[in-house]
Design a binder for this molecule. Sequence first.
Ligand code: FEO
Length: 378
Amino acid sequence: MNDIVEIQPDIYWIGALHPDLRIFDDLFPTKNGTTYNSYLVRGKEVKRLTDPAMVDYIIVNHTEPDHSGALALLLEHCPKAVVVCTQSAANFLKNLIHAPVTTHVVKDGEVLDLGGRQLRFFIAPFLHWPDTMFTLLEEDRVLFTCDAFGAHYCGTGLFNDEMPDVTADMEFYFDCLVRPFKDKVLSAIDKIRGEQIDMICPSHGPLLRGNPLRAVALYEQWSRPARDGKNIVLLYLSPHGNTAKMSEAVARGASLPGIEVIRRHINDLTSGEIRSLMEEADGLIFGIPTINRDIPKPVWDVLAYLSTIHLKTAIAGLFGSYGWSGEACKMAEDRLKGLRFTFPAPFVRAAFAPRAEVLAQCEDLGKAVAEAVLHNKP
Ligand code: FEO
């Protein structure tokens, strides 16, 4: 494929393909590689593609280095160019590019006339950095969204209607980057609702020419709360059945009127299911056995997910069985306190099999968490 493709009259893809990339940002697996999409829009007054000295504006929808890494060099070739961006982006550029940058900070809804073509800007913060915005090329109905609606996918063509369905790649990308900011996703979608959009051009993966609004609908679906009412999610691991027995008592105690208790063995859930449940929870309770003086790895993984999602709650409870040392509950408490959780009741531990009095403590623990959830104001 060429490194320049005219995607609509006088609108060019000028990106780069990276099919061999296997880990993005040292963090996210990219089994299908990725693309770095940039675009050139020519106003009616400019007829060549294009003398850099003639470039008036560089629109920076987002400053993460996969999109702004070449900006300093580009500005050397475009001495007239003004960088158009959000206030956060302008602030970030000062530390990303150690050279003077002429910026124009846009307001939400501001319009920029390119001479026969107009750009309109929608401030859309936290998709997925504080600096992000969308840019709509009004006459052509093309929306440039940077990371939003993108996917790490490098195909043989540029457009989604030229390649297999990449919904799974889009969802994985959403999970990795945007998921902690679901409320921001919904706010951004509200801003573009009702706009005429024929194509969405994200900064990674396919350009969405075939049914572009399907991607918007998917983002909305992935971001909307799935449950009504209050619920407590109880996740546990139980190598010998003891923590499971405690979990039943905790769930009994937590089952107050107005509370749905969702009790699940961690190994019965995918990581996506665990994250969805925790995001929707009004209270979280973890049943954690101590194994080799530590929290078992599947539970550490769950505790790590907590910082990758947008939590509704900061109310938690802990319990677990142990054999001879019993460190796990304290370690988890420290982790959760670091994430600003509070504990309506102290954690409950059982040495090996829980006795009746320990099971009673478990019921009290569940009840205390449920009462805190019921009294918690949203
Ligand atoms: Fe947030 Fe593709 O960079």
